[in-house]
Write a protein of this length. Sequence first.
Length: 240
Amino acid sequence: MYTEYPQLGELIQALDLGEYLEFGCGGGMFLRYVLDQNQSSTSITAVDINPQAIEQAKSELENHNIKFIVQEELPLNFEDHRFATITLSNTLHHLKDKGAVLAELKRLIHPEGKIIITEMVSNSLSSAESAYCRFHALRAEIDTLNGLFHDRTYTETEIKQIVKSVGFKIDFQTIVENDKTAGVDRDEIHSIEIIIDEMVEEQREKTEYHELVQTGESIKSMLNKYGIKRPRQLYLETSV
């Protein structure tokens, strides 16, 4: 995924990671990308609420010395101002209480440290990027039906408002473009159609099932017309 954003790699290479915390590491995709680009960390900590995701991340990153933590409740068991760098990649839309999480990261970051936030955006998109956003929205709706907080994709303005609302200063910002060539890749589209069908079929017993079927078919029509491309990402370097 992240290899589709070459400018992101250049930005990461310029960071001095020091004591580094990845918050919301999931299966370790972004963390692995960071560590492939930058070897300046003096320690690495990764946190997620999902134990299965942590196990996947451990497997993906077994050659790195990383402290993995499964934790749902805040605060984390670290002293104030512990970390020089904290990253949060495509995680904001998974946070139900964004204020509490960002306030905790504010506590944990060193006064001279950086909190790096990357988040895909929903504004000013191509048709192929919009197709991805609709696919993501379907997944978010299904997660929500099953009791998991998963919000829609935010606009660039909404993301910056969230960050500023807890007192973060935005020191640097840029939009990182996806360099994937636009077009309809039939094999790729077919694989996504299978995912859509499987996601929707698992909701057969829910009252929303028939509406989800219609939504899924609409997304598949869009995919076959325009293809699919992960949206542009907003990259923020913030401090407190």
